[in-house]
Every structure is written in C-alpha cells, then in structure tokens.
Design a protein around this ligand. Sequence first.
Ligand code: SAH
Length: 262
Amino acid sequence: MIKAKKSLGQNFLIDQNIINKIVNLINIKGKNILEIGPGTGNLTKKILEKKPGNFIVIEKDFNLVKLLKEKFNKKIEIINDDILNVEEDSLHDNILTVYGNLPYNISTEILIKWILNINKKKIWFDCLILMFQKEVADRIISEFDTKNYGRLAILANWRLKIKKICDISSSCFTPKPKVESSLLLFEPKINFVKFQSPKHLEKITRVFFMHRRKMIKKPFLSLFNNNKKLASKLGINLELRPQNLDFDTYFKLTKEYESLRS
Ligand code: SAH
C-alpha cells in the first residue's frame, strides 16, 4: 500500500468518470505526452490505453517512481525529478501535450514559469490540461472589473487560450483534499502582443497589483517617470483601481514600458 505524502500534496484521483473525461478531452492517439506528478498512475494508465506516441512522466517521489516502473515497465519514460527543476524545452524535440494533477501551489508556479519562458524558444506544447484549486482556477479565468481579476489572469491570457473544463469535487480524490478543484485546458494563442520579454508584463502587473484597493496613480507614475501625459495618451484614468484595466491595457502599458527602456 502506498501511503500518501502530505508534503508532496499527494491526493490521488480515483473517480473513473473524471479520469475518463480527462483522457477524452482531446485525441491522444499518436501524440507525444508529458504527464507531471503521475502519482500511482491512475491517469497514466488511461492515457496509455489511448495509444499515445512518446510518453514521458516526471514524478518527484522516488517510491512512486518504483511503483510506476513496476506497473508500466518500458511503456513510458519515467523521470525522477522535481518538475520545477526541469528545463521544459529540453524534454522532447516534438511538441508535447501536457497533463498534470500536481499539488496546487506547484500547478500555479509551473504555469507562470512556463508562460514567462515561452519567448526563449519555439513553443514546446500544444495543450496543457492542469488541475487547480477551484479558487485559483477562478482567478486564472477571471475578467477585468471582477474581484478575482489580477496577475494570474493577465499573464495567462497574454499567451494562452483558457478553457474551464469542469469543477471536480474533493470526493474524487483519495485522501480527500480540503478544497475543491477545477480542471483547466490551455492552448497557445496564435495572435498575441509581442514583448521584448514577458518579464516586463510580470513586472508591470506586480507593481500595479501591489495594492489592489488603491488607485493606480502611484504605481503608474513611478513606473513611467511621472509622465501624466502618457496616461491621457493611453486613455487611462489614474483614479481607477488595478482590477479596472482590461488585458489589452496591461499589454499596452508593457509595450510603453519597454519602449521607455530601450
Ligand atoms: N496525478 C496523480 C497524482 C496526484 S498527487 C493522480 O491524479 O492520481 C500529486 C503528485 O505530484 C504526487 O504523485 C506527487 O508526488 C507529485 N509531485 C509533487 N510535487 C512534485 C514536483 N515538484 N515535481 C514532480 N512531481 C511532484
């Protein structure tokens, strides 16, 4: 028997309806798959039945790696590592489809890391299917003028099309987590605003959202050298709060910030 490790956020998906739903979202046959945090292999098994091309899994827990080796033998490539330490675009020459039911904090961290790294090379995935704590998923899919809107939504929407698949009840996992989950599907956008570096978008949103309830006047003027004219040129009312600016406005601000620096 495998005893779930709390420290590694181990909540194994056991609801077969949900597992089937996940593997039927896209046509897996012949696709190169990366699964992160496969755990005891519940989802892995179903993915395999769909006859993928190359199939790589990355699991941090050595005990689970042993178990996965026994279960799947040579059918999958098993990497025993922390996903946060893996250079994602070194994984495979061909584009990957990614599945992940990871600990919630890692899902968010990895999503942001991957988005910020995209610029470096050609895009290495065609689809990400990831599990999040429901509240975090709500933030990722939020629109401006709502209370959930913030950096996560802006960064994710810059480069990815996002679709919420469903909420998943905590009773679909064992051990049962304390929170509800949601499954999101991401695909790279074809048209998106090009930046010198997405780190600049990250910085702009970080500074703007430092104080969610305050007017944007202070962060704006500090980032743009007190240039009030720029605000009127961009049609931005400096008395608004950070959540009142839509995605495009944050992208425009980032472009302005980059031209100021270059
Ligand atoms: N996907 C499986 C397991 C979910 S539990 C399922 O749905 O049943 C989360 C899994 O992620 C565990 O197996 C845990 O060991 C693994 N994990 C946790 N942190 C990780 C990390 N940083 N890198 C890779 N795997 C990790």
